[in-house]
Write a protein that binds this ligand. Structure first.
Ligand SMILES: Cc1cc2nc3c(=O)[nH]c(=O)nc-3n(C[C@H](O)[C@H](O)[C@H](O)COP(=O)(O)OP(=O)(O)OC[C@H]3O[C@@H](n4cnc5c(N)ncnc54)[C@H](O)[C@@H]3O)c2cc1C
Ligand code: SF4
Length: 330
């Protein structure tokens, strides 16, 4: 039996100090990842610092059209906030297509960004896994990897990032605000998710004891007509095989603005910058969408069981953009 301590505080500075001072201290929000993995012996925290009393659960409209989402705002509350539904439907849809209603009521936005991969070998403590046990190897390439990543992979790890809402936030250039032992900082969300490279155990640039306080989404007028498309093995309670967060602005039939990000295919929520560049200035047609999707997926590294994701992701991109441009969503 391993000792596990628990502390609860309503003071952010105290919570940060408690975690920072304990080498195995971690924050506990909704617990839907942390408690599961601790029970399975995958994670071995020595101290859980419960942050649910911190006043970080607001979902506030910002002057100019942006949004500030507290780190402890629950997924369900964010999904139904009026400003989110009206100005950022892609966020609302991504949240509602994730997990289950019960989980969304518990799970926080900060915890969502920090949730751990769903790779079966990560969760099976008898398997080698560089992410759980650095240097032990990666069982996935020669094992079961149908759901694994085709973009951003390394020899050390090919697990997909599981979050849905992170894909929408990456498309919108959100910023993650933190407070740690050394003060406050703001991290662009694309930099918040690290590629596995040689250190797949390091998923974020957070220091030990650094607390996410909020996520800010800048005003993105075209996001009023945005969509989150999620393709999965079953229609609910399932992670994405491929997903697309998309927003597009078309003038006189030409693409003058576009945001695209992919989930279910990358080791991090994947901003599809090559596709965006390929689309800019092109006719808003299915042919252009297909070509942009092809350009993005040309950099994929598929394997035996997950090669189908290349075409799946391309088709998902085309379908998401068709959905936005076929109606009056311009
Ligand atoms: C069965 C199941 C299905 C799921 N399906 C989906 C899905 O389809 N799509 C999807 O996106 N997600 C899915 N999830 C994941 C779920 O969304 C996450 O577990 C949840 O968002 C994590 O939030 P939490 O508040 O419970 O985090 P916790 O479990 O409390 O914490 C998770 C991690 O984040 C850290 N943390 C929490 N808050 C902060 C903070 N403010 N600052 C710094 N670190 C912090 C914790 O220390 C811990 O390491 C599913 C989960 C389950 C169990
Ligand atoms: S893919 Fe990543 S998480 Fe899965 S076994 Fe390999 S190192 Fe571990």
């Amino acid at each position: 039996m391993r000792p596990l301590s628990y502390a609860r505080t309503a003071d952010a500075g105290a919570a940060i100090a408690l975690v920072a001072q304990h080498p195995e201290g971690v924050f506990l929000a909704g617990g839907t990842t942390e408690v599961d993995l601790t029970r399975q012996d995958v994670l071995r925290p020595g101290l859980l610092v419960d942050i649910n009393d911190l006043p970080l659960d607001g979902v506030d409209d910002l002057p100019g059209g942006g949004l500030r989402i507290g780190a402890l705002a629950r997924m369900s509350d964010v999904a139904r906030a009026a400003g989110v539904v009206a100005r950022f439907p892609v966020i609302s849809q991504a949240l509602l297509l994730g997990a289950s209603a019960q989980l969304r009521n518990m799970a926080s936005m900060g915890g969502n960004l920090c949730q751990r991969v769903r790779c079966g070998y990560f969760r099976d403590v008898s398997s080698p896994c560089n992410k759980r046990d650095p240097g032990s190897g990666c069982a996935a390439p020669d094992g079961f990897h149908r759901g694994h990543a085709i973009l951003g992979v390394s020899e050390k790890c090919i697990a997909t990032h599981p979050s849905d809402v992170a894909v929408a936030l990456v498309a919108l250039d959100a910023v993650v605000h933190t407070r740690g032992p050394d003060g406050e900082r703001a991290i662009g969300i694309d930099d918040f998710f690290l590629l596995p490279g040689d250190t797949p155990d390091r998923e974020h640039p957070l220091d030990h004891g650094e607390l996410i306080t909020a996520i800010e989404v800048p005003a993105v007028p075209m996001a009023r007509h945005s969509v989150y498309l999620k393709v999965r093995d079953r229609q609910s309670y399932e992670f994405a095989l491929a997903s697309v967060a998309a927003a597009i602005r078309v003038e006189d039939g030409t693409v003058v603005g576009v945001r695209l990000a992919l989930g279910g295919v990358g080791t991090k929520p994947w901003r599809a910058r090559r596709a965006e560049a390929a689309l800019f200035g092109q006719p808003a047609s299915e042919d252009s969408f297909a070509e942009a999707a092809r350009v993005e997926l040309a950099q994929a590294t598929p394997r035996r069981q997950n090669a189908f994701k290349v075409e799946l992701a391309q088709r998902a991109i085309v379908r998401a953009l068709n959905t936005l441009t076929n109606g009056d969503a311009r």
